[in-house]
Design a protein around this ligand. Structure first.
Ligand SMILES: [Zn+2]
Length: 298
């Protein structure tokens, strides 16, 4: 089929990926299953390629601005992750099969926000509630969001400047201002660093890695959001709260598990997975080592 849709009265919205826009186009054609519609026009419905969806949709005579918006907010597979709004995210950060959403966002303007696929995204920073599971009857990896009504809204503002500054609002702000981040892995590096630092600060010293807690990300974000300058103070307080015998000789004795996760410039973040070096984690590691050094020299 040269051009799949008869109408293009709905337009791509801020934060809306191609699979959501496709679903809304299908609904506007009065069809109810985007999955079946995709099948009917020859798209692999359960393992759709976002690039293929884009190729189909961009044939519609919508404006260049609307096309650019759709392109920006559609995660494109890179093999091992996606590129979204110019940021590279790994499968650890972005999960296609993640089925969570904020019903209040959907009620306000019915479309699917791409940031709901991010693993670090647990609460809606606009409404202040946890994301909840999407009710779907079938199970598959990639899935099609479904809506009850179409919206003819053009491009609603997404405003995250609420009373609470949490990592979710930071993520949206980063994605809304593509090109302002220092490099193309910055968001992923920031999330990883927040999680590491938060996990250190939120737990007493222990030998092995503590279990995951959603609060780790928020604690790490609060310590890192104004740059690294407050990290030394936070680590110093943690060291005071977790005293060691005066005979302690190593960073491992001071930090426990976290010592194994410190990196340095030449070492890289994770040689096993061949991840590139995380400059933020390198800087934070240096500060943590410096704070440990103060105690070890006493
Ligand atoms: Zn919401």
């Amino acid at each position: 089929m040269e051009r799949p849709f008869t109408f293009w009265r709905v337009l791509p919205l801020v934060g809306e990926p191609a699979h959501s826009y496709f679903s809304r186009l299908v609904l506007d054609e009065c069809w109810h299953s985007p999955r079946q519609y995709a099948k009917d026009i020859g798209i692999a419905a359960d393992a759709f390629s976002p690039r293929e969806l884009l190729d189909r949709i961009l044939r519609l005579p919508i404006s260049d601005g609307d096309k650019a918006r759709l392109h920006l907010w559609t995660p494109l597979d890179t093999g091992g992750g996606v590129v979204l709004a110019g940021q590279n995210l790994s499968d650890r950060h972005f999960r296609w099969s993640r089925r969570l959403h904020c019903p209040q966002c959907r009620n306000a303007v019915p479309y699917h926000r791409v940031w709901w696929h991010l693993e670090c995204f647990r609460n809606c920073p606009i409404h202040g509630h946890p994301l909840i599971p999407v009710q779907q009857t079938y199970v598959s990896g990639r899935w099609w969001p479904k809506f009850e009504k179409t919206t003819r809204e053009r491009a609603p503002e997404v405003c995250v400047d609420g009373d609470t500054d949490v990592i979710e609002s930071f993520v949206i702000r980063c994605l809304l201002e593509p090109g302002t981040l220092p490099y193309d892995r910055y968001l992923a590096d920031f999330i990883d660093c927040s999680e590491f630092l938060g996990r250190l600060l939120n737990n007493p010293r222990q030998h092995s890695v503590p279990p995951f807690s959603a609060m780790d990300l928020q604690t790490g974000y609060a310590a890192l959001k104004d740059g690294c300058k407050s990290v030394a103070g936070h680590v110093s307080s943690w060291l005071d709260a977790n005293p060691v015998f005066p005979t302690a000789l190593t960073v491992r004795q001071l930090l426990g598990w976290a010592a194994d996760y410190l990196v340095s410039d030449d070492e890289g973040l994770d040689t096993i997975l061949d991840d590139p070096s995380n400059p933020l984690l390198v800087a934070v590691s240096e500060m943590i080592r410096a704070e440990c050094g103060r105690i070890l020299r006493r």
